[in-house]
Design a protein around this ligand. Structure first.
Ligand code: VGL
Ligand code: ZN
Length: 204
C-alpha cells in the first residue's frame, strides 16, 4: 500500500452539536471518517486539550466570545471554554471508531499558547512531533479531515504542505464554523492557492 496517512482533527464532543463550541453538523462526518480509515497506512487522531484558564478562553480574560486580545505580538481570538483536559467535552465523540488509529496527539496543552495545527502550535515554533512521526515512517501523502474546516483542519493542512507532504483535505469529511462569516470560502481558496488538493472521500 502506498504510504499515506489520515489525520483526523478534533472529532470531540465540544465540537459536535450540544458541545461548547459546536460546529454545525459536526457529527455528520463521523460515518464517512469511519469508512475511510482502512485505506491508510497510518491513522492519526488529534484532540484539542486545554488547561482551565487557557489563553484562548474568553472567560480567562473576562471578555466576550469573539473578542480578541494581543499577546506577544499576535492576535488571539477568544472562544468559549472548550476541550478542557479530562472533561467530557474533550473526549472523542463516541461514534468515532478508534480501532484503526495508530497515534493520538493532544495539542493546546500550554496555558499561554493556542494550537490550531496538528504539527505546530500557534507560536509557529513548538512542534507536536507529528512531522517526525510521519517522516520516520516514509509517509509522503497526508489526507486531513475532521473539525473545524476553517481552523484546525486549515492550519494543519497548511503546515502539512509546508513540511513537504502532498496534502489533501477530504471535503465531505470535514465541517467548518465559518467564524467570521465567509471564513470557510476564504480558507478553502487559500488552501487551493497553496496547492493543497480538496477532494471528496470517493477519490481517495
Ligand atoms: C478549534 C477553535 C478553537 C478547532 C480548536 O478544532 O478547529 N477551533 N480550538
Ligand atoms: Zn481550542
Amino acid at each position: 500500500m502506498k504510504r499515506k496517512a489520515l489525520i483526523i482533527i478534533d472529532v470531540q464532543n465540544d465540537f459536535c452539536p450540544q458541545g461548547a463550541l459546536p460546529v454545525p453538523d459536526g457529527d455528520k462526518i463521523i460515518p464517512i471518517i469511519n469508512n475511510i480509515t482502512k485505506k491508510f497506512f497510518k491513522v492519526v487522531a488529534t484532540q484539542d486539550w486545554h488547561p482551565k484558564n487557557h489563553i484562548s478562553f474568553a472567560s480567562t480574560h473576562n471578555k466576550n466570545v469573539g473578542e480578541t486580545i494581543k499577546f506577544k505580538g499576535h492576535t488571539q481570538f477568544l472562544w468559549p471554554d472548550h476541550c478542557v483536559e479530562g472533561s467530557y467535552g474533550a473526549e472523542f465523540h463516541k461514534d468515532l471508531n478508534l480501532n484503526d488509529v495508530d497515534l493520538i496527539i493532544r495539542k493546546g496543552t500550554n496555558p499561554n499558547v493556542d494550537s490550531y495545527s496538528a504539527f505546530l502550535e500557534n507560536d509557529k515554533k513548538t512542534q507536536t512531533g507529528l512531522h517526525y512521526y510521519l517522516k520516520g515512517l516514509g509517509i509522503k501523502e497526508v489526507y486531513i479531515c475532521g473539525l473545524a474546516l476553517d481552523y484546525c483542519v486549515y492550519f494543519s493542512a497548511c503546515d502539512a504542505k509546508k513540511f513537504g507532504f502532498k496534502t489533501y483535505v477530504v471535503l465531505d469529511a470535514t465541517k467548518g464554523v465559518d467564524v467570521p462569516k465567509g471564513n470557510i470560502e476564504k480558507t478553502l481558496s487559500h488552501m487551493k492557492s497553496l496547492g493543497i488538493k480538496i477532494i471528496t472521500h470517493e477519490k481517495i
